[in-house]
Design a binder for this molecule. Structure first.
Ligand code: CS2
Length: 515
């Protein structure tokens, strides 16, 4: 780190010194106006929204859509990027034909402001209400919506929502801040707004809309009616793998840049972003950077959640318990690779049905090679977090469909069994880890109670059946699925296999494809 510390900081005055192969903003940053307020300015948003926006600004010369990035929790991003005047490097990484890691670096310049909600809670509604603001976008992760994972309903008893209803001036949840911002906007010029969720949730725009309306209904019904009438909530699907930035990434990217970048972002080159073209106050011409402006994002989002995210989660739980630290390491293991292929081909794709214009086997093959990208070091523990918020729309939807279709689902059941095993908090070698999940305490109780139910049983099979039945009675995640004896038996069979053989052993022992 010494060499890096001796470097100048990435900043506008030192930009001209970066090597010629690194792209830097080719427009006048001083002209940019803050047209987009982005809630949750983490690596994910900086790897797609800001990257695409950068390209659109460069190609169209439009300067009304600079981004003000808001951190809803910690000041870390702002602490790193304010001294860099919002500049940061995006490193797109993969491997060449010989398998040698390579990266393409670009300094992104359209982040024009950084805010931290807990430090200045009253500022966010003002920003949302500001006339220059035309779009509020969100990547606050699944848990940031304060919804019931099984039903999608707003949790009025969620600590942040209860706080925001009681303290209108200083909201701390995204939903609370949006409603208070829209309230000020409505009282002011009354100009409507586009609210664009970019999170991995089914019908993310419709969901955001229903949560915002539910909150507004609680505190200001006429406002709810105005929002309902005037504001738009386009649905979207974004697909790009963005691992958490490590210190090694910081060091390597700073060295390549010749300037110290405290928070670069690493991602795969692949990007697909489809969004419904419903923007009431205009939008950048993101299509010049490959964004698909569509009538309905539904087919895109269904495909992505059930294929990319479902297999990611299945792989993550199995890998954590097997002690495989990264996605590419997991994909290098033959039983895991075969399992992921079979999961998509035998169970997910048939439940999904045909999607117009998409060659599903080709999509699955491309996805497997994205997962095998050796240059990302995507931590399986990162994907494993917040399972309670992810499983319903990633895995349980396909299981519900297969139950309705009367088709078996041992491979999907394996993913659920792996989550249960993961929630026990230690891998197969006994190494303990922390469960990172907003419902961690409730899940720990559920797992403990499930373990007790298993103790009373007479045989290993009955023990697993009892354990799983108890665990899946947790309705916030499993809803009505927890009552299905077919579901319980399918998960119990895989849970027993995991206990007996370990994750990789259980995968290797899975019965062959059905004829
Ligand atoms: C991952 C996603 O962490 C996770 O839950 O499944 O972030 C995934 O990498 C992206 O959705 C890919 O587009």
């Amino acid at each position: 780190m010494e060499l890096v510390n001796a470097m100048h900081r990435l900043s506008p005055e030192h930009l001209q010194s970066v090597p010629p192969q690194v792209r830097t903003p080719a427009y006048d940053r001083g002209q940019l106006q803050p047209g987009i307020v982005h809630l949750g300015i983490g690596a994910f948003a900086r790897a797609h929204l800001a990257a695409v926006n950068e390209e659109a600004i460069e190609q169209t010369g439009e300067h009304r859509f600079g981004i003000t990035g808001v951190s809803m929790r910690s000041s870390e991003t702002s602490d790193a990027l304010v001294p860099q005047s919002g500049l940061y490097t995006l490193a797109l990484r993969d491997a060449d034909a010989e398998g040698k890691a390579r990266q393409d670096l670009r300094v992104i310049g359209n982040l024009v402001g950084l805010r931290v909600t807990p430090q200045d809670a009253a500022a966010l509604p003002r920003l949302i209400a500001a006339e220059a603001t035309r779009i509020v976008s969100l990547t606050v992760t699944e848990k940031g919506y304060c919804r019931d994972p099984a039903t999608g309903a707003l949790l009025l008893d969620h600590a942040d929502i209860a706080h925001d209803l009681a303290h209108p001036a200083v909201p701390r949840s995204a939903i609370g801040a949006i409603v208070r911002g829209l309230e000020q906007r409505h009282h002011g010029a009354g100009v409507p707004l586009t609210l664009m969720s970019l999170d991995n949730l089914p019908s993310n725009g419709d969901l955001l809309r229903s949560l915002v309306l539910a909150f507004a209904q609680e505190c200001n019904p006429p406002l709810a009616a105005w929002i309902d009438r005037e504001c738009t909530f386009p649905n979207s699907m974004v697909d790009r793998i963005v691992p958490r930035t490590s210190d090694a990434d910081r060091e390597a990217i700073s060295a390549a840049l010749g300037l110290q970048d405290q928070w670069p972002v690493v991602a795969e080159p692949f990007l697909q972003w489809a969004v419904e073209d419903r923007f009431v106050c205009g939008r950048p011409r993101w299509e010049v950077a490959g964004v698909q402006l569509v009538d309905s994002a539904r087919p895109f989002e269904r495909l992505k959640l059930r294929m990319v995210n479902a297999t990611h989660s299945a792989l993550a739980y199995l890998s954590v318990i097997a002690g495989l630290p990264t996605v590419d390491a997991a994909m290098a293991s033959a039983p895991m690779r075969t399992y992921i292929q079979r999961l998509t081909q035998e169970e997910i794709i048939p439940a999904l049905g045909a999607i117009p214009g998409v060659d599903l086997p080709a999509f699955a093959a491309a996805m497997a090679s994205r997962f095998a990208n050796p240059a990302l070091a995507h931590q399986t523990q990162q994907i494993a977090m917040d399972g309670s918020q992810k499983l319903p729309q990633r895995i349980l939807v396909s299981i519900t469909d297969r139950l309705e279709q009367g088709t078996p689902f041992p491979l999907l059941a394996m993913a659920v069994a792996a989550w249960l095993r993961y929630l026990e908090g230690a891998d197969e070698k006994g190494a303990a880890y922390r469960i990172n999940d907003p419902l961690a305490a409730a899940l720990a109780q559920q797992v403990a109670a499930a373990g007790e139910s298993a103790l009373a049983a007479g045989s290993p099979e009955a023990a697993e059946q009892a354990r799983v039945a108890s665990f899946v009675s947790y309705t916030p995640v499993f809803g009505a699925l927890g009552d299905s004896t077919q579901f319980i038996s399918a998960v119990a069979a895989q849970s027993l296999a995991l206990r007996r053989r370990g994750a990789l052993g259980a995968l290797a022992a899975l019965p062959g494809p059905r004829a």
